[in-house]
Design a protein around this ligand. Sequence first.
Ligand code: TRP
Ligand code: SF4
Length: 328
Amino acid sequence: MIKRILSGMRPTGKLHLGNLQGALKNWVDLQNDGCHDCFYFVADWHALTSDYSTPDQIRENSLDMVIDWLSVGLDPEKSTLFVQSAVKEHAELYLLLGMITPLSWLERNPTYKEMREELTGKDLSTYGFLGYPVLQAADIIIYKGQGVPVGVDQLPHVELTREIARRFNFLYREIFPVPDPLLTEVPKLLGIDGRKMSKSYGNSIYICDEGDELKTKVSSMFTDPQRMRRKDPGNPDICNVYSFHQLYTEEGEVAQIAVDCRTAGIGCTDCKKRLYERMLLAMSPIHERRNHFCSHLDDVREIIERGNRKAAAVAKATMEEVRDAVKI
Ligand code: TRP
Ligand code: SF4
C-alpha cells in the first residue's frame, strides 16, 4: 500500500549540510522507495508567523530553497513540490480547525513556550504565532497525510495535529487519517566551530558552497582541542572532522584515519584535505544540478506551478468533504 507523506520547511534561505543530512536525505529516500506518495512544500505562511515584520526575503528564499531541494535529488516527476500560500484551501481549513481547537492545547505546546522565550527580539504574542500548529495541522490533514517525516523538535506539533484530526472526526465524521510522525535517526552535524550547525551561528557549510569556499570552511574546522602539535596523538571520537569523514569517506579509510590519528600518523591538515576531497566528490553532482537550475529559473518556477496545481486538486477535493461535514 502506498502511503501519503507530507512535510514542509520554512523558507529560511539556502540550506546547510545539517538540513541535508537531517531532513532532505530522508525526503529523497521516501520519494525513491516506491512505497510513498510524497508532498513537500515551502511553508511561507509559517515564515510570517515569526517574521511578519521582515518579509523581504520570503519570496527569494522560497525559490532558493526549492532549488536546493531539486539539487539534492527531489524529483518533481515523483514528488509534489509546492508552495503553501499558493493553495488557499490550507487557510480555509486552518480557519475551520480554529473553531474546534481548545485554546489550552495551544498554550501548553512546549515548542510555543520555548520559541517565545528564545526569540526574544521578536514580539510573538500574536494570534498567528499561537495558531502556528493549527496551520500545520491543516497543512498535513488537507492531503490526508498518513506520515509526516520530521525532526524531534516537531513532535509536539504532530501530536497536536493528531489530536485535532481525531477531534474533527469525532465531532463531524471520519474524514482524516490520524498521521504518524516519521522520525529518522540523524547523525548530529556540528558546524565548523563545533557548535550545532545553525544559520544564525554563522558556522554552517551550505549545500551551495563550492570550491574555495568549501575548502576554506573545511580547513578551518575545529578538531580535537587536545591535539596541539603534529606529533601529539589525537582522539578522533571527539573530533568533528572525523564525524564528517564518517559521512563522506569509505569505511575502510575511516578506520585507517582513526588509527593514524591516535598514533599521530596523520596530521590534521592532511586529514582535512582528504575530507575536503571526499566532500567535493560527494557534492559535485549536487552543485552541477544547482548551477543548472540557477541558470534556468523559469524551469524552477514552472516546476513549482505544476506542483501547486497538483496539490490544489487534492486540497480542493478534501475541502468539498469538509464543507459538507461542517454544513457550510
Ligand atoms: N513547522 C515546520 C518547521 O518549522 C514546518 C512545517 C509547516 C511543517 N507545516 C508543516 C512540517 C507540516 C511538517 C508538516 O520545520
Ligand atoms: Fe581530527 Fe583528523 Fe586531526 Fe585526528 S587527524 S584530530 S581525526 S582532524
